[in-house]
Write a protein that binds this ligand. Sequence first.
Ligand code: GLA
Length: 696
Amino acid sequence: MNNHKLNRYKSHNMKQQLIHFTILAVGLWFAGLVEVVSQPVPVVQPSKIYFVSALDISQVQQGWGEPHADRSVAGNRLSIGGQMFTNGLGTHADSEFVINLGGNAESFSASVGIDDEVSKHGSVVFKLLGDADGVLWHSKELHGGDASQSVNLSLAGVKQLTLFVDSGGNHEFDHADWSDAQITMTTGKPTAGSILKEEAIVLTPKSSPKPRINSAKVFGVRPGAPFLYTIAATGDRPMAFAAEGLPKGLQLDEKTGRITGSVPEKGEHAVTLRAKNALGKAERKLKIICGAQIGLTPAMGWNSWNCFASAVTADKVKSAADAMVVSGLINHGWTYINIDDYWQVNRNAKDQTLQGPHRDATGKILSNPRFPDMKGLTDYVHGKGLKIGLYSSPGPWTCGDCVASFDYELLDAQQYATWGFDYLKYDWCSYAPEMESLRGNPSKFPAAAKSWSSSKPNELEKLQKPYRIMRAALDQQNRDILYSFCQYGMGDSWEWVAEVGGNSGRTTIDITDTWSSMAGIGFKQNGHEKFAGPGHFNDPDMLVVGKVGWGPNLHPTRLTPNEQYTHISLWCLLASPLLIGCDMTQMDEFTLGLLTNDEVLEVDQDPLGRQAARVAQNGEVEVWSKDMEDGSKAVGLFNRGYSAAPITAAWADLGLSGHQKVRDLWRQKELGRFSGSFTANVPRHGVILVRISPEK
Ligand code: GLA
């Protein structure tokens, strides 16, 4: 029954009557006793029971698919733990449905659970939220196949009720049913409300026209490897650059601020960078460390996956590089332009632009027709003072079924270096330890061993093996290629990424642009801080601000403005690689503001390379703190709740005492001198990010 029709029959009783009337009419029609004509339904006194599914469910916000009245999210009859329901709301986590009650409701009841259409998959918690954020009720964690859980809750005095389904971060298969969901009113009717729209306020002040140097304060290079460091500086152009104390072998282009060449020997060099324009000058220290370790601060750049996914082309990559320069992002330290999956030939593509020979006669990997000139592409990107990355897998195929590196690791590493790539993301897909016995015999590869997710400690060696093989292959190249592990944290990989030689290691499954995904991943990083440091950072996946879409069609991120501030603040505190996932040719003022706040980015790029840890948690509010090189602390006051709340960062939790200066980093404003603690009012799903420094 469609929603529109149901709206005409608001009460439970009326609906029952309609069903009975229909059964009777159909029965008689079968018996040939009556001719069915369109009959007006008898009008009865409206009762005070209202079905949730009869409200305007187009207001439901959810993580996947469309909400359905009396059907599951996939359009099937509602069924939980083998029990069928004729009435209810079928949705998908994370979902939110706001219902206005005007304080006139008596109670809410429902039977909730995961729909049987996903079999044993999925896990969610159903929540009922009242006015000022209170969680009035929540279910236990329900899994696919579990029996439904009943709720019968008094709503006396509640003005607004929110039906919320929480995925806990991973929303795969979370087909969530509010079966028989109904509201009993004393007077009036419930109506669907909309989730408060937040204004997208740009907090980042405009950059000064005077010079300010923003690039990393420490930079690692291996002896003899080609060197590229662009002095990132904001301020009016023309600008003249200078560098004092550069090691032998390096030269600066005074107009562009690019330092190139190579450093022949190991050693540390204290360099002073200078930038000057008509309005003033700026200075910053840079430590160049020539040795075994690169990636001394987290990578900052862009990756094609979260916007274009399999629709990536060389032209789009070039446009991304152009946009990084034209938008001014390059002046804030953004550097890498990374091609994700689909630059290679795809083994089952119908699309001709993904077809072609996999490798040449000597075994060298070939790009697909969308990338006709890989060397030309890297030259193009380098010509802008940027760096460029690409993607492969240790198995025979990538996650997108394109040609990958198994048994060709050395040849591939050589080819990446010859082409001029600076970054490799190496994604576990299709590798299985059993394949090791097939080396040298490619025709025997299992068709598609998609993943092998065992993480038993005694198998750690097997999890690490393919990453070690590529490490050894990269080590043989006279090119610094940042090495980014992507195996979703299997085997608690944060504990061993550094030892196996990764410059970063994914700690999670893929992110998507919802609060539950972003916050679920971000706030789960606590504890990993022990393993992060210069040259090896934890990677909670790429950024989902701006226009994203994982394919040809893009949409504005579904994160609210405050959620986006939380996302960037948390990732910077976590010293995470910052890889922009949106189409950079379509960034609005708000997105640019998020990505160009130098005081916020400095938290990520701090040379100490520490990752923040949670120092306090009280229900849905959390305080995270990160030690900075200058002795200050970067502190995030996060509100994961549904309405604004005061949050206190206590000196006792931060290991501080006495008077401290507090600076709001997004607004770049001193907040004053505080002793004992600092308290701020933090919006729903929002953050206040501060830097707390001892008073001099
Ligand atoms: C995996 C990774 C993603 C992306 C895709 C490409 O899902 O986690 O980041 O690289 O593969 O197919």
